[in-house]
Write a protein that binds this ligand. Structure first.
Ligand SMILES: [Zn+2]
Length: 327
């Protein structure tokens, strides 16, 4: 089968509810499945018993956070993705387009893991008589994320509208702080974003075809590539997660594949709600709202509302001030 067929097979409500392999849609092996947060990361940061809250409110230990996977995918291209990304975290810097693509694949894998896990839980509680409960647009977005993941199986050329690669990626060098755990993970599955800090490197990824980077090449306050501390990284993640939920457009893709290569091309951007009122311009992001941002800041930085929001000026406070003086 062609890679694009495997991925289309994996991205269907039928495959997800039948607990087929999340990466190829084939029969899953009987083992534990694929860990959404990879084992090397769990080992290094002692995460096995730490718990993460899922959308339905359940707290799940990292060691149980797995998705169905087959042996071929697990021991094959997925394990290659894991080994390729470890040196980047050991080094703590993102230097080349290759580094970005390797991180993009790895973060796609983690994001797809979360999306499939959450969708599987929704389908468990679904009422068959009411028809599909996973919107078609969601599966379409999932398939865009798969293009990035599947590019690890076969040499792939990307032609994108906004940059080199079909996603947004920001990265930060994290200055060690006393008593800092060194690990942080947050996702927003509605915005299709995931942020991970592991040791000295923090990365934030959005599967949005590169729209957020088109709006701001270096992300919030243009700080991608800078040195920040752990708390500042959480704030940056919250801002990117929030912006990701404002996205009101997607891409139309053309794909091509033969025995040797895969080609993935963005043809145009499609706005969900059409033109911005009173203008000729497509709406790509809904309007930014500081109060909405404050909810994201509270959720992701674990600070009190009063610490993140100024009722007087109706704006959010920022931990990033000291870094911005030079700007
Ligand atoms: Zn598979």
């Amino acid at each position: 089968m062609k890679i694009l067929e495997l991925s289309a097979r994996a991205v269907s409500e039928k495959s997800i509810s039948a607990r087929q392999c999340f990466a190829c849609g084939g029969p899953a092996s009987t083992g534990a499945g694929e860990h959404v947060a990879p084992k090397w990361l769990q080992n290094r940061f002692h995460l096995f018993d730490q718990r993460l809250r899922l959308l339905n409110g359940t707290l799940i230990p990292y060691r149980n956070l797995t998705v169905p996977c087959c042996k071929d995918c697990n021991n094959g291209f997925l394990s290659r993705i894991e080994s390729a990304v470890q040196p980047i975290f050991e080094r703590g810097t993102v230097d080349t387009r290759d580094d970005k693509l390797l991180l993009g694949r790895w973060l796609s894998k983690i994001l797809i893991g979360f999306l499939v896990k959450e969708t599987g839980l929704l389908l468990d509680r679904g009422r068959p008589e009411s028809g599909p409960i996973v919107p078609a647009s969601f599966l379409e977005e999932l398939s865009h994320c798969h293009f990035i993941l599947q590019s690890a199986r076969k040499p792939t050329t990307f032609r994108c509208l906004h940059g080199d690669l079909p996603f947004s990626l920001y990265f930060y060098e994290i200055a060690d702080a006393e008593g800092d755990e060194g690990f942080d993970l947050s996702t927003n599955i509605f915005g299709q974003s995931v942020a991970i800090r592991a040791g000295r490197l923090g990365v934030i990824f959005v599967s949005d075809g590169g729209l957020q980077m088109h709006a701001g090449q270096r992300g919030p306050y243009e700080l991608s590539g800078s040195v920040v501390n752990g708390a500042q990284f959480r704030e940056l993640a919250a801002r990117v997660h929030y912006k990701a939920t404002l996205r009101d457009a997607t891409h139309f893709y053309m794909t091509f594949e033969n025995d040797n290569i895969m080609h993935v091309e963005q043809m145009h951007v499609e706005s969900y709600s059409g033109l911005i009122a009173g203008s000729e311009e497509d709406r790509i992001f809904r309007e930014w709202d500081e109060r909405e941002l404050s909810y994201a800041l509270v959720a992701y930085t674990r600070c009190d509302k009063t610490d993140v929001y100024d009722e007087g000026t109706k704006t959010c406070k920022s931990t990033l001030g000291p870094l911005l003086r030079g700007h």
